[in-house]
Ligand binder design. Structure first.
Ligand code: NAP
Length: 307
């Protein structure tokens, strides 16, 4: 790869949004480089044991769906590079993107698809026992808790899916939610209610994760102590937009302000997937965002080249 190359599109992140953007940009005959911090990473989707709401592919494993997306884009000839982006600089009408331990990348447009990371619960013991009983990924770590007792904390689709997944491995699963109503799908709540080894505790607010070498219990604010070997925290996500402070407009929660076109406050800088302001964060909406952002980037390049 020529290090002085001026790319048409630099896509940051190779989850469903980034890969879909790469597919549409390649099909628009643009030079596309995808940069991702994990080798052959496909984003959060790899943490879903089961994706059952992607049209036409019922009951697919998240890792397999990610591999199918990646394979499709590789076939089209998009280039991939492993690396961590550290900052952005405007260079005339185009962009210079700084990457850790590597030469900066020059590009006409950026499509930022860095997704979101796991929100912390923020209770005592959480950091101390991270990796020693506290986990943020049931699909990754569930097998370590085969035949043991676990708690899943949260009331969204992730927590519900994690509890269902763990119920097939663990002796007992406690689903701990701070309110009475669940944010996640009613049909999954019903499936959980039908499981004999799942106990659902609502209006239950965690106070502390306790243990010795590893976790032994989860203490609640109402004084109850739930004896568990593992605590799976599934309390939502935070957009990975720390690098974008002062670059593009963010909302109060840190999401990039952009509609479905992906156009941000900064010309030539587009955002797609979970990082942008939107109502529904799903694989299908990420894929749709990626397509839209690539079309917007292609249009922008065309306009800039005639102006
Ligand atoms: P989410 O929908 O934001 O849910 C987070 C849950 O954590 C909420 O129930 C929230 O409680 C609870 N929570 C937040 N902070 C807490 C704290 N400090 N202590 C205790 N509880 C806390 O996040 P998510 O479940 O990760 O889902 C994110 C997005 O991905 C959603 O749009 C979801 O639908 C989607 N998703 C879809 C699928 C699927 O369709 N297969 C699977 C996973 C995720 P409150 O309800 O009280 O706010």
């Amino acid at each position: 790869m020529n290090e002085d190359q001026l790319w048409d599109v630099l896509i940051i992140g190779s989850g469903p949004a980034g890969l879909s953007a790469a597919l549409y940009a390649k099909r628009a005959n643009l030079d596309v480089l995808v940069i991702e911090k994990e080798y052959r990473g496909t984003g959060q989707i790899t943490e879903s044991d089961l994706v059952d709401n992607y049209l036409g592919l019922p009951n697919i494993n998240g890792y397999d769906l990610g591999e199918a997306f990646l394979g499709h884009v590789e076939q089209l000839g998009a280039e991939f590079r492993e690396g961590t982006v550290e900052g952005f600089e405007k260079e005339g009408k185009w962009w210079k993107v700084h990457v850790a331990n590597s030469q900066a990348i020059r590009t006409k447009t950026v499509i930022y698809c860095a997704g979101a990371s796991h929100r912390r619960l923020g209770v005592d013991g959480e950091a101390e026992f991270a990796g020693k009983g506290v986990s943020y990924c049931a699909v990754c770590d569930g097998a370590f808790y085969r035949g043991k007792d676990t708690a899943v904390i949260g009331g969204g689709d992730t927590a519900l899916g994690d509890a269902l997944y763990l119920s097939d491995l663990c002796e007992r699963v406690y689903l701990i939610h701070r309110r009475e109503e669940f944010r996640g799908s009613a049909s999954t709540v019903q499936q959980l209610q039908e499981k004999e080894n799942v106990e659902i505790l609502t209006s239950a607010v965690p106070k502390k994760i306790v243990g010795e070498q590893t976790v032994t219990a989860l203490e609640l604010k109402d004084g109850r102590s739930i004896p568990v070997n593992g605590a799976f925290v599934a309390v939502g996500m935070q957009p990975q937009t720390g690098l974008l402070q002062g670059i593009v407009k963010l909302d109060d929660a840190g999401y990039v302000v952009a509609d479905e076109t992906g156009v941000t406050s900064e010309p030539g800088f587009f955002a797609a997937g979970d990082v942008r302001t939107k109502a529904l964060r799903q694989v299908v909406t990420a894929v749709s965002d990626g397509a839209n952002a690539a079309v917007s980037a292609a249009e922008y390049i065309k306009q800039m080249q005639v102006s």
